[in-house]
Every structure is written in C-alpha cells, then in structure tokens.
Design a protein around this ligand. Sequence first.
Ligand code: ITT
Length: 200
Amino acid sequence: MPRLLLATSNAHKTAEVAAMLGAGWRVEDMRAHPGLELPEETGVTFEENAVIKARGASAALPGLLVLADDSGLEVDALRGEPGVWSARYAGAGAGDAANRARLKKELRALAGSGDDTFAARFRCCLALVRDGAVLHVSHGAVEGRIRLEEQGAGGFGYDALFVPEGYNDSFGVLPAEVKNQLSHRARALEEMRRWLETPA
Ligand code: ITT
C-alpha cells in the first residue's frame, strides 16, 4: 500500500484527507514523527506555505512521499482576510474558538446595513514533495457565506460559521461525507489524486 506523510499538526486535516483517499493509502501525519517540527510559515501565499511545510518534513524523511496542506478562509468584506493568517487570526498560537471570535467581531463592526451574511470562500493548496523536490501542486476552493451565528460542532476552524453555496447549513452541521465531497480540500485532493494515479 502506498505511504503518504501529511506534513500537518492539524489532526482534522489528516482525518479528512485519509477519509477522502480511502483504504488504498496509508496516511500518517506529524504524530508519527514526534521529534520533527514543521518550519515556520513565512510565505504570503497558500502555495508558498504548503511548499515550505512539505519541503521541511521531506528534508528529514528521505524517500517518503510528503503532502502539505495550506488553507484558509477569505472574506470579501475583509478584503480577503484572514487568508493565509487564518490559523493565527487571533494571534500566534490562537485556537479555533478565538479565531472565530475575532472574525465575528470584525464582521459585526461591518454589519447593520441589513446584511448579516458575508461572501467568503475556503481555499486550499496542496504541495507534494519527495526528497525536497516539488512533484505537483494543486488548488481547490469552495464558495459560501459567513453567518455571524455559530451552527454545529462538527469539523474544525471556521466550519461552524461557513455555509457552502447551495446549502442552508454550515460545515459544522453538514455530515463529514458532504463536506468531503465539495470542500476546498476535496477539490485540491481530487486533482492531486488524478496526478498521483496517472502512470508516469
Ligand atoms: P498545519 O499548518 O500544521 O497543517 P494549521 O491548522 O495551522 O495546521 P494552516 O496554517 O493551513 O493549518 O491554517 C489553516 C487554517 O484555516 C485552519 O487552522 C482553520 O482555521 C482554517 N481552515 C482551513 N481549512 C478549513 C476547513 O476545512 N474548515 C474550517 N477551517 C479551515
């Protein structure tokens, strides 16, 4: 069975990627390599940060296929913020709840014009690296709206606030199988899987 290291410390990403790739792949993450730390995300784009993380893990693990996910939420009314700073929106080391609280605070300051939802999208970039060389990069996005009321406890990050286009419930309420069919990560992974499964 092919082995893939997901260069992430976010177990929610690992669970989603493992579920989407299915039983044909052995997916592990940084928990399998406790001594290894991911480099600081110094990039200003999702792609730069995905490559930084994948290369950083790959340098210590010769021969292993390494995939990194850099992702985040862009809100139009906030000119694309929090974007690549999504995980750090409420400060370095901030948790999901604090990041959602900051987002709600920023958007409440803009609300009042009658509109209480805000156009937004999740973006994901995946970088596949082996022995420090970038093999392939893929991108995915899902459009939707941010609601100021949290809804549901499923998922992670901003899921409880994000309602994907075509639905009335947030990713915090929709079953994982639904999120995994239409999410930014699902779309980027589908392209990556096509590349992986194309004979060289
Ligand atoms: P790693 O860097 O270790 O992979 P991370 O969570 O810090 O983990 P990112 O730097 O890519 O990952 O930041 C992504 C943030 O964007 C994440 O912490 C969430 O706040 C948000 N995000 C990304 N995908 C999401 C999703 O599917 N649902 C909800 N929020 C998401």
